[in-house]
Design a protein around this ligand. Structure first.
Ligand code: PSU
Ligand code: MN
Length: 305
C-alpha cells in the first residue's frame, strides 16, 4: 500500500484493514450532504455502514471535517456532516480550498474515489455518477467525476447517471477517457430511477468474481482507470418511465428559468425531482443506493479474496 499524503487522515480501522488485505468499501458523502434531505441522510449513512459491516466488510465513509479529508469518518463525524450548517460540496478542485479554510464538506464521487485510492481502497459504491450535463457543448459543464475516474484505479458501483444529464454524451466521454463500463447482469446502461436508460452497453458481467477479475486484468496491464460497474434497479422497483420523463422535463425547465448553472445544477435538479414526485423518487433513490452498497460489499470481498 502506498503511504497516503500527510494531509489525509485515514482511520486506524481502515488503515489496518487495508494493510491486512481485508475487504474495504469506500462510500461518498455528497449524496448525504447535498443529495438527500435531512434527517433521512443520517439514517442512510448509518444503515449503509451497517449493511457493509453485516457483509463482513469494513466501511470507509469519506468526507472533509474542519478542512481535513478523512478516510473512515467516525460516527460523530458522519453525524456532523449530515446535520451541521455550512457543509459544502467538495470535488477534487475544492479539497485544497476546504483545507486552507477549515471547511466541512461532503465529497463527490471524484474526490471520494481519489481519497480512497490514496488510502489503498479498491472498491467504492455510490448512487448515481456525475457526468456530462445537457448543453455541455456550450457550457462545458462536465463533472470532474469523469476525468478523475480516468486516472483513479478503483472499482465503482453505481446505477448509472441520472437522466438529468446527457447520458449518451457521458458514455462517449467515458469511452474517450479509457474507462470501462460493464453492466451487472444487463446489457443496458441503467438510468438510475429506471432500469434502462435507452443506451446499450458493450460489456456485461455476471458476478462479483467477474468484477474482481476485471480489476485484476486492469492492474496487470498497468492501466490506471477505474472500472465502472453499472447496477440497475429492479424493474419492479423503478419509477414509472413515463412519469419519470414528464418530471424530468419540468425539472430542466425550472433550472433554466431559475438560471441555475455550475455545481449547483445537480443538487437543484435532484431536489426538484424529489419534490415533484412527492417523495417517490426519494424511495427509489434509497433503494438504488442500498442495492449499490450491497453489491459493492460483495465485490470488495471478491477483490480481497
Ligand atoms: N448524482 C446523483 N446524486 C448525487 C450526485 C450525483 O444522483 O448526490 C453527486 C455525486 O456526489 C457526484 C456529484 O459525484 O453529485 C457530481 O456533481 P458535479 O456534477 O458537480 O461534479
Ligand atoms: Mn459541473
Amino acid at each position: 500500500m502506498r503511504t497516503p499524503p500527510p494531509g489525509i487522515r485515514v482511520s486506524e480501522e481502515v488503515r489496518d484493514a487495508v494493510a491486512a488485505g481485508s475487504a474495504v468499501l469506500a462510500l461518498e458523502t455528497t449524496i448525504l450532504t447535498h443529495g438527500l434531505p435531512r434527517p433521512r441522510n443520517l439514517d442512510v449513512a448509518r444503515s449503509s455502514e451497517r449493511l457493509v459491516r453485516d457483509a463482513g466488510v469494513v466501511p470507509a465513509t469519506i468526507g472533509v471535517v474542519g478542512g481535513e479529508p478523512v478516510v473512515g469518518l467516525s460516527a460523530d463525524e458522519i453525524e456532523r456532516l449530515c446535520t451541521a450548517d455550512g457543509v459544502v460540496k467538495a470535488s477534487v478542485r475544492d479539497l485544497p480550498v476546504a483545507r486552507a479554510r477549515g471547511l466541512d464538506a461532503g465529497t463527490t464521487v471524484a474526490a471520494t474515489a481519489w481519497l480512497a485510492s490514496r488510502a489503498g481502497i479498491r472498491v467504492m459504491s455510490t448512487g448515481g455518477l456525475g457526468g456530462v450535463h445537457r448543453g455541455a457543448g456550450e457550457t462545458f459543464d462536465e463533472s470532474a467525476d469523469l476525468p478523475t475516474l480516468a486516472t483513479t484505479p478503483i472499482t465503482l458501483v453505481s446505477a448509472g447517471v441520472k437522466s438529468i444529464l446527457d447520458i449518451g454524451a457521458t458514455l462517449e466521454r467515458l469511452e474517450t477517457l479509457g474507462v470501462p463500463v460493464v453492466g451487472y447482469r444487463t446489457n443496458r446502461y441503467p438510468g438510475f430511477y429506471v432500469a434502462d436508460s435507452g443506451f446499450a452497453l458493450d460489456y456485461r458481467i455476471e458476478s462479483p468474481a467477474d468484477a474482481a477479475a476485471l480489476a485484476r486484468a486492469r492492474d496487470e496491464l498497468g492501466l490506471a482507470s477505474a472500472v465502472l460497474v453499472a447496477n440497475p434497479i429492479d424493474v419492479a422497483e423503478q419509477l414509472d418511465p413515463e412519469f419519470h420523463e414528464r418530471v424530468l422535463a419540468e425539472a430542466l425547465a425550472a433550472a433554466s428559468e431559475a438560471g441555475i448553472t455550475g455545481h449547483d445544477t445537480t443538487p437543484f435538479l435532484l431536489d426538484f425531482v424529489q419534490r415533484a414526485t412527492g417523495g417517490r423518487s426519494l424511495e427509489v433513490n434509497l433503494e438504488v443506493y442500498r442495492g449499490n452498497v450491497a453489491l459493492g460489499a460483495e465485490i470488495a470481498r471478491a477483490v480481497a479474496a
